[in-house]
Design a protein around this ligand. Structure first.
Ligand code: UDP
Length: 480
């Protein structure tokens, strides 16, 4: 048996979840050199990883090993299933292979803990069978964790659909949210997605601990309510270790052009627009956004422009061959030369957010994007699309007050005048100054949390020391 303590990770076929859990592993390896070895087991749904993911996996340190399982067949799944259901089912189908791989790793090395993505919760059982500690890695906010922990109680107490509930939804320790701002999984009580979600949430209590990518200073009331078990009596210990964000820029040749363009812009003058790794807008919305950007007269960098779809997460599971720029309003690119830079590919987001030309971030409110914006002190325009993004938008807008959120018309469209107004709101005037000031304060807290003796770093060290002790080859210490 090797001397190092071995941590096994079970991830899911979503690149941004893989990045988050592996960045956590990188921190562990970096802070405790020569102590840990990590193996990450990754179920897949396609044979061809994206360029961004190839680059990311190519730069992992040698003591993090990734095992990609053969793609799961999900052709037989109904295509009206939500993204979450498709992910959940494909991960569940990979579990026999996950189990086999975990067994094989644990016979040849000293596995001290298993850390599983929140969708891979079934692997907790294998940890129990192997008599190993298991943790859930929750790559979202403490507010969303509260929603999960409280979901059974909400289900009992609110009998109608949440979107039809006349009052805001109250969850201990959280800001109140409209039913429509609860995550997608809550939205149709008779759906398979809701049943899978409730089950996944109940299984949170099966873990020995929940590792969450948030930090105490940002969500103190929420984390307090969770740890005092106000939401669910059987909640395991929660370990806030965030903000964990990408540490290595994923720069590609074409993407660098946008950084060169930023180099020539004045400080705080550019609004950065990205809808994450898969967010998609309808054709009407693309037009309104483009025309609104033009109307605002502010500089902009718009990346990952995608072909339209009426399904906001369409890009995750299919690839449209048509040039997405064809869907922009006629003459838009020519008219906005000098004002904006538009690209279809993957951008080096962390490098962009670090750039002093960036004044604000129009984001789809994926949790990684929000944390990256906070770490770099960039105020946001919250433009949520799917999954738990509306809850995140409520948190950054009404809770933390570091973002502004545009209003939709009765058809759910943000019209060009509203786009221009919200951009002006976040880039100019008193409100923009207030948001900017609060964001700088939050940035300071975020950075302090990750410093030596910072709140997250202390929690991180506590976990790592526990695992390190378990890694010693003295059996009696195993459960100390
Ligand atoms: N990202 C990037 N370049 C892009 C688009 C996204 O580097 O062009 C990264 C971004 O920095 C973040 C992640 O992809 O780390 C997106 O994760 P998030 O949770 O915000 O949204 P998701 O893609 O999961 O919806």
């Amino acid at each position: 048996m090797e001397a190092k303590a071995h941590i096994a990770i079970v991830s899911i076929p979503v690149f941004t979840h893989q990045v988050s859990i592996l960045e956590f592993a990188k921190q562990l390896i970096h802070l405790y050199k020569n102590t840990f070895h990590v193996t990450c087991i990754i179920p897949t749904i396609s044979d061809s990883p994206s360029i961004a993911s190839k680059h990311f996996f190519g730069t992992l340190p040698s003591n993090i090993q990734c095992i990609f399982l053969p793609p799961t067949d999900f052709e037989d799944l109904r295509n009206d299933l939500t993204l979450e259901s498709q992910i959940q089912i494909s991960v569940s189908r990979s579990m026999p292979l996950v189990c086999e791989t975990l067994k094989s790793i644990s016979t040849s090395s000293n596995v001290v803990a298993i850390i599983v993505d929140t969708f891979a919760y079934e692997a907790h059982q294998f940890a129990k069978d192997l008599n190993i500690l298991s943790y859930r890695y929750f790559p979202c906010s403490a507010m969303v964790l509260s929603m999960c922990l409280y979901s059974s109680k909400l289900d009992e107490s609110i009998t109608c659909e949440y979107k039809d509930h006349p009052n805001p939804i109250e969850i201990p320790g959280c800001i109140s949210v409209q039913g429509t701002d609860l995550p997608d999984s809550f939205q149709n009580k008779s759906s398979l997605a809701y049943k899978l979600f409730l089950h996944r949430s109940q299984q949170l209590c099966e873990a020995d601990g929940i590792i969450i990518n948030s930090f105490v200073e940002m969500e103190s009331e929420t984390l307090k309510a969770i740890s005092q078990k106000y939401l669910c009596g059987t909640t395991p210990n929660v370990y806030p270790i965030g903000p964990i964000v990408q540490t290595r820029p994923n720069i590609q040749k074409n993407a660098c052009e946008c950084l060169l363009w930023l180099d020539n812009q004045p400080p705080n003058s550019v609004i950065y627009i990205s809808f994450g790794s898969g967010g998609t807008l309808s054709h009407e919305q693309i037009n309104e956004l483009a025309l609104g950007l033009e109307l605002s007269n502010h500089k902009f960098l718009w990346v990952n422009v995608r072909a339209p779809s009426d399904k906001a997460s369409a890009n995750y599971l299919s690839n449209n061959e048509v040039d997405p720029l064809n869907y922009l309003p006629l003459g838009f690119i020519e008219r906005t030369k000098g004002q904006g830079f538009v690209m279809c590919g993957w951008a080096p987001q962390v490098e962009v957010l670090k750039h002093n030309a960036i004044g604000a971030f129009l984001t789809h409110c994926g949790w990684n994007s929000i944390l990256e914006s906070i770490v770099h002190g960039v105020p946001m325009i919250a433009w949520p699309l799917f999954a738990e993004q509306r809850s995140n938008a409520a948190l950054v807008t009404n809770g933390l007050k570091v973002a502004m959120r545009p209003k939709c018309n009765s058809k759910g469209i943000v019209v060009k005048e509203e786009v221009a107004n919200i951009i002006k709101g976040v880039m100019e005037g008193l409100k923009s100054e207030e948001i900017g000031k609060r964001m700088k304060e939050l940035q300071k807290f975020a950075n302090c949390a990750m410093m030596e003796n910072g709140s997250s770093m202390k929690t991180f060290s506590m976990l790592a020391l526990k695992w390190k002790r378990l890694g010693r080859p003295i059996e009696v210490e195993r459960w100390a």
